[in-house]
Design a protein around this ligand. Structure first.
Ligand code: ZN
Length: 132
């Protein structure tokens, strides 16, 4: 029997951009500042947008660097499905075979189908018998 899937498994794509200043004498090295897709500089935990603008102005004025280019980085990952355990709690289903409800200890596969505890007494007995 399968539990209700309250959030389906989904592929998530994250995109970030940097304004990259490449050092002319040492290709492949330089500075990258966080920006949006149009090159507008962004603040983060290390610097405010104004601090980045000041640094970009220094780099633009420095003849050792090429004119900046916008670089785009994309990465994707899969967020696991989340099911509603028969005890009522949410249970994440990232593993193909073994996902445990942290509240009641029931086990499910990634499709939300109930399964026996893979570390429990019944699994050990079936394994010893060669049928599991
Ligand atoms: Zn549960």
């Amino acid at each position: 029997m399968a539990i209700e899937i309250i959030q389906p498994r989904q592929r998530v794509e994250r995109v970030r951009h940097t304004l990259y200043f490449e050092r002319i004498a040492e290709r492949g090295s330089g500075f990258a500042l966080s920006c949006d897709e149009h090159g507008k500089l962004l603040g983060d935990q290390y610097a405010t947008a104004a601090e980045r603008e000041a640094r970009a102005a220094e780099l633009r004025a420095d003849a050792a660097f090429d004119a900046p280019v916008i670089q785009t980085y994309r990465h994707t990952y899969v967020e696991p499905a989340v099911g509603r355990c028969s005890c009522g709690c949410k249970v994440a289903l990232p593993d193909p075979l073994s996902n445990e409800c942290e509240d009641c200890g029931r086990w499910y596969n990634m499709m939300g189908q109930s399964k026996i505890n893979p570390h429990g007494e019944l699994a050990r007995a079936l394994d010893a018998e060669g049928s599991y």
